[in-house]
Ligand binder design. Sequence first.
Ligand code: TF8
Length: 339
Amino acid sequence: LIRRTLLAVAAAATCVAAFAPAIAQAQDIKPRIIRFGYGLNEQSNQGRAAKVFVDEVNKRSGGKMKVRAIGAAALGPDTQMQQALIGGAQEMMVGSTATLVGITKEMALWDTPFLFNNVKEADAVLDGPIGQKVMDKLQEKGLVGLVYWENGFRNLTNSKRPVTKMEDLNGIKLRVMQNNVYLDSFKMLGANAIPLPFSELFSALETNTVDGQENPFNTVLSSKFYEVQKYLSITNHVYSPWIVTVSKKWWDGLSKDEQKVLRDAAVASRDFERKDTREEAAKALADLKAKGMQINELPAAEAARMRDKLTHVNAGIGTQVGMDLWNETQAALAKLRSG
Ligand code: TF8
């Protein structure tokens, strides 16, 4: 009897082992085509991370879920893609949080000048409860946020003159993102701020429709702005996140397993993207110099003057995002800074 039981147990074990792969494959995953739009070109940090997302989704879904990454704003600028996601005409995208402010006002939190002192603070807040809370606000508007990628600290370029003090911005036609905080901030500094979608920026610079723009070093490099901009002034005036979003209409029709594939792949893409972006940013200044850009830092006193001036927009941001969220963020940062 004992022998028979043992045999049965052994047989059962073999059975389980034999069926284990079948069980894993029995995840509820259907063949899916996912259009994933983005605004920069394929050779940018955004493009490289999009490729990682494609591979991760492929791997994690056993090849059933196929992401078509479509860059260079071929599906439209950020704001147009956001509407396509909300309406269910496009599945996914990555873009600036700043262009989402018109849809979800809490996103303006990330536009606060000098909010983060370094990327460690940015990661902690974006990946923590505050970042999640802001991301969850998208759901009421028909979007599901998955992760934040790093766009990076923004710096100023223009074709007129080195900006070494606030007054140098007077009369400079400066393209800003389509967002009231950016508009107010640069008006406050004396620039002639003009909102434009990113997809129109290169030609606007080339034709002198605008004189300058502000973006992280990585983008100045990958979008070849050095071809049409002579001066780069290191201002680090704000840390800019990107956010990976999904059409809620489409997301709600996915199985739990399919949603998990996308979530896990998004996290993997984020970890790659931040590392890649930081490595590129560390070398970018030397590259931009080699391309002929004239680079200047701001004297500490002038940087402080600009910073002071910019803090005038903070009260408005607090009201816009809600004082609870604003205070919670300030408290979280104070805690991070106290070590
Ligand atoms: C900008 C942003 C861009 C994003 C991107 C196209 O200046 O920094 O990186 O909008 O999604 O518009």
